[in-house]
Design a protein around this ligand. Structure first.
Ligand code: GTP
Ligand code: MG
Length: 365
């Protein structure tokens, strides 16, 4: 199970350029709207210093990082929810994602056309979000109609589902996203058959130019920062064009050039850090045989389920998990030392995996 993040936004704002920068790909990015029609997919390794440090202790043959998938989706325009600009097809692609990265254009460049002529990222965001809301409202109404019929035949589950959907329908009609409703677990379960787009955690990516890096005076950028703060939306500023060009350089040179431009952290690293927090993801490590490997699970995952991520046999035959935090392992420097210190804990099926756990699963085959 990989986690996938859909890159969305208006046409020609730099989504493919960002995708190329994040995944070191070479997908076509040109100055015309709807350059992308079929989605581009790219899988990136999640850089994690703890994995490198743990590997230095075990010196395995193979070190395998955990991954994230980015999907570069075509541009959305006003009317997309009514099928404008192949809108329905693109919206259906978003449905498959675990999270959204919403790219807005902040850079000024007369040579690059803008769907609405002027640079106004807040307006642009609203155009795209409105399409997502209309699509969700439409989905809610269709499902209410369908399940309403089932409910009138006496089906209790369907009745509960319709009740939950009606609350959502009302909120959507008021312009509220599903994610802003803070629905409890029971409510979420009742509507789990409707893949609302506005339920997805969203990260805003400001595509900025080099002269906007670190700028406190740029009005377009500061307006966007303020709006994101007010709505508790995570925002990262990335120079997509520059970063996609830096891919050509060796890592050392790239680091030096980024420092010169005042880019403290690469776009990929920022998106991963914020994305992990947003998606409530945790990483754990395994050190079995010839491989040291990092894995990703949702926060709150039980040990037995984490074992199942590795192999279904391990979930079925689960006996116990031997767990030590990466910090302790790195501090004492060897498996023997942590065992002697009694730092390895034996945990059962229901243990909740913590970020940084180094786990050895014991299981019957
Ligand atoms: N000046 C400048 N140009 C950029 C920047 N980012 C992207 N561009 C240019 O803007 C144009 C559109 O970029 P794309 O990445 O193709 O945009 P897109 O959002 O994927 O567009 P569609 O797939 O058509 O929706 C290209 O000519 C890019 O070179 C930037 O940060 N600065
Ligand atoms: Mg594109």
């Amino acid at each position: 199970m990989g986690f996938s993040c859909g890159i969305i936004g208006l046409p020609n704002v730099g989504k493919t350029t960002l995708f190329n920068a994040l995944t070191e790909s070479d997908a076509q990015a040109e100055n015309y709207p709807f350059c992308t029609v079929d989605p581009n997919n790219g899988i990136v390794a999640v850089p994690d210093k703890r994995l490198t440090d743990i590997a230095a202790i075990f010196k395995p043959e193979k070190v395998t990082p955990t991954t994230l998938e980015f999907v570069d989706i075509a541009g959305l325009v006003k009317g997309a929810s009514q099928g404008e600009g192949l809108g329905n097809q693109f919206l259906a692609q978003i449905q498959q994602m675990d999270a959204i990265a919403h790219v807005v254009r902040c850079f000024q460049d007369e040579n690059i056309s803008h769907t609405y002529e002027t640079i106004d990222p807040i307006r642009d965001m609203q155009v795209v979000e409105t399409e997502l809301l209309i699509r969700d409202l439409d989905m809610a109404q269709k499902r209410i109609k369908k399940q309403g019929k089932v409910a009138s035949g006496g089906d209790k589950e369907a009745k509960l589902e319709v009740e939950a959907l009606e609350i959502i329908e009302k909120a959507l009609a008021n312009g509220q996203k599903v994610s802003s409703l803070a629905l409890n677990q029971t409510m979420l379960q009742r509507v789990e058959n409707t893949p609302f787009l506005t339920r997805l955690p969203t990260l805003v990516i400001a595509n900025i130019s080099e002269d906007q890096i670190g700028s406190k005076t740029d009005e377009v950028l500061s307006g966007l920062v303020q709006m994101c703060n007010e709505h508790s939306l995570p925002l990262v500023e990335i120079c997509a064009q520059t970063e996609s060009e830096l891919d050509e350089l060796e890592p050392d040179e790239r680091q030096a050039y980024m420092a010169e431009l005042g880019i403290a952290e690469s776009g990929l690293s920022q998106v991963i850090t914020v994305g992990y927090r947003l998606l409530k993801l945790v990483s754990f490590f395994t050190t079995v045989g010839t491989e040291v490997r990092a894995w990703t699970v949702l926060d709150g995952t039980m040990a037995v389920k984490a074992a199942g991520r590795i192999h279904t046999d391990m979930e079925r035959g689960f006996i116990r998990a031997e767990v030590v935090g990466a910090e302790a392992l790195l501090e004492y420097g060897s498996e023997q030392a942590i065992r002697e210190k009694g730092l390895v804990r034996l945990e059962g099926k229901e243990y909740i995996v913590q970020d940084g756990d180094v786990i050895r699963f014991r299981f019957n085959v």
